[in-house]
Design a binder for this molecule. Sequence first.
Ligand code: NAD
Ligand code: MG
Length: 380
Amino acid sequence: MKKLLTILGSTGSIGTQALEVVDLQGYEVLALTAGSNVEIIEQQIRKYKPKYAALADEKAAEELKIKVADTSTKVLAGLQGVCYCAGLKADYVLNSIVGMAGLEPTLTAIEAGNEIALANKETLVAGGALVTKNAKNKGVSLLPVDSEHSAIFQSLQGCADKKEIKRLILTASGGPFFGKKRAELEGVTVEQALNHPNWSMGAKITIDSASMMNKGLELIEAVWLFDMKPTDIDIVVHRQSVIHSLVEYCDNSVIAQLGVPDMRIPIQYALTYPNRIVSPVKQLSLTDYGTLTFEKPDYETFGCINICRDAIGKGGLYPAVANSANEAANLAFRQGKIKFLQIEELVGSAVENAFSKDDYTLADVNETDKWARNYVLSRI
Ligand code: NAD
Ligand code: MG
């Protein structure tokens, strides 16, 4: 029988690549959701004929309803509509929403007992304790889609005892500003920051890659996905993005996953695990690359990584603060309201001035989110 799949964030970079995987594997699409892109989701509705579709933006949802009135797809609106889709019984819910807007839909999908293919790292950064606890209680898997975490997940296959794992090593491309010093980052433009050397991604994560906040978020994501201490996770800059991440075991054996940088590999693996199936992704030719390089991150220039490391070290709601402050600062930079280096300043200062508690609820995370966004906006 065909696998039933819901995609949250279907119009984005990961969402559209997930639908390419669907085209090849012939999954049945149960529901599609997005933020506000009427045009793309209309095309997707016509092609994939989902039972439900939802747009978080209520006005856009009204428009979509009229546009697809001739189809059998029921259109829903708002966060409630997105959550309704997430909560429908499916084989997998792939969450490729950007930002912590994905947290509530993830929790809803878990509550319904759906397996989660998770690209939306902000969900784990903001609400990792809730998400992992609920997933465990419901017996559902959190299957990583983020390439580094998929690499670790793949490198962990065959690990008989978690005690044998010594260290996780996340690779980082270094982004468009690799090699630059702080003074050189002073006046960089949005266009320069959006020019990623290896990956074509949504705007928010591309800016996060330029500031290396992305690696900080991924460190926190790895803590929750693999139940590791932040001090047992290292980061190595690897410019070619061929080795997607590594696991070091107690015998000092290191196992890694390699491949060309193409998100369709980790997306597909999340949906076919524990099996592998043929993929149209280009074969890796090590000899074409010739050289693979490895360097220590420049923590002085790219301070966001250590802000995230501190935040997860302190625990509680601090990672949520770092994430929401970054969402607000990242957007403000893209809108031309702040300079590039202010992203780091604002995120660091929000974490320093925040309040936290250890046992948090979804309401606490949402309140923290509001606080951190207001904190950043009030300083712009
Ligand atoms: P994107 O901006 O291209 O797409 C985001 C999707 O989320 C779109 O469909 C958009 O309509 C939807 N969306 C936006 N705001 C929403 C809201 N408030 N409510 C509901 N839906 C909303 O982003 P992307 O690059 O595809 O990234 C998606 C997630 O995957 C992010 O968490 C990112 O960090 C992660 N990720 C992306 C890549 C990549 O290669 N693009 C790689 C690894 C991880
Ligand atoms: Mg990644």
